[in-house]
Design a protein around this ligand. Sequence first.
Ligand SMILES: Nc1ncnc2c1ncn2[C@@H]1O[C@H](COP(=O)(O)OP(=O)(O)OP(=O)(O)O)[C@@H](O)[C@H]1O
Ligand SMILES: [Mg+2]
Length: 360
Amino acid sequence: MALDFGSLFGKKNPPLIGLDISSSGVKLVELSEVGKNELRLECFASEPLPRGAVVDGNIENIDQVSDAVLRVWKKSGTRAKVAAMGMPPASVITKKIILPSNLSEEGLELQVETEASQYIPFALDEVRLDFDVIGLVDNSPDDVEVMLAATRKEKVEDRVAVAEAAGLKPTIMDIESYAARAAISRLTEQMPNRAKGQILALFQIGSQVMHVSMLLDDQLIYEREQPFGGHQLTQEIVRTYGLSYEEAEVKKRNNDLPDGYQTEILEPFLETAAQEVTRAIQFFFTSTPYTRVDQLFLAGGCAIIPGMVDTVANRTKLSASVVSPFKGMQLSSNVREKQLRIEAPAYLVACGLAMRRFDR
Ligand SMILES: Nc1ncnc2c1ncn2[C@@H]1O[C@H](COP(=O)(O)OP(=O)(O)OP(=O)(O)O)[C@@H](O)[C@H]1O
Ligand SMILES: [Mg+2]
């Protein structure tokens, strides 16, 4: 008798899409489970956003963003309407606290609110508060470690409004950096010895910001954001060739620019990027007890640029690779493999959000 994986795995985890909204555009990913720990990429798609629609992770124009969400949903071919979304890490305050392990659910909630008011610089009624019990504290069985997450209500509400206006049902609000980490953990599990004891530096270079995180044994040991990204390169193209921003963006992605672009614009940009990475690593060393990085991963749209990973590897003298978040997954027949190979590094967060479907 054949096993019906559909009913074993499918129903328990109803379809969910990961929806990543950031300054350059909206990205969607849907995953399914086809066996134990075996995932399949059902579909992925992205749609650009007009400039100014999302700035610093804030949704400035709900209509423009929800239009893009609706377009990306249609384009992807998914039928799932339930969505996991992410908040930009800068808009969320997280804090680990220790509480007695014998509290009831309500007791825990109350205690969390009391503790939270000490750490959160705005009135609690303006705040969406969430918490997660991480587990017992080592050597102290009477205590549990609890992770608090707080964000301004209006920021969550804007994202919910965008999804609902596009006909979607947002049920999970994650933090973008947590989603990225979940997607990375799936990859480190496939590495020799699960990369145990190694310090992994993840650089997500997007349009406006470069997000730096350092990971050790699946734990985030350091996190920082720097204003740097592909926007700067597009601006330079606009200035040099007198193109509109949108034209420059398209020509940049298609590598459709005059002779001279490579040496006069692209290479200096890659050098600057490598310098930013080097400086961020130095800063990690000076502001933490850590003194080494074992491997470097690049993700985000700028990781796709030809020459980026080599320039970064040369400058930092580290082993560097481009993250491919769907590595080891089966691919649905709808997935265009060539496009996937090129664009995958930009889908790290969307992939991590889509993985929330399998939380148990
Ligand atoms: N094929 C490509 N070649 C060159 N640049 C690319 C390519 N694909 C994407 N980019 C650049 O990557 C950037 C977008 O990356 P990503 O999608 O990770 O950003 P984002 O998450 O929207 O931005 P941010 O995190 O800053 O809000 C843009 O500047 C875009 O021009
Ligand atoms: Mg981003």
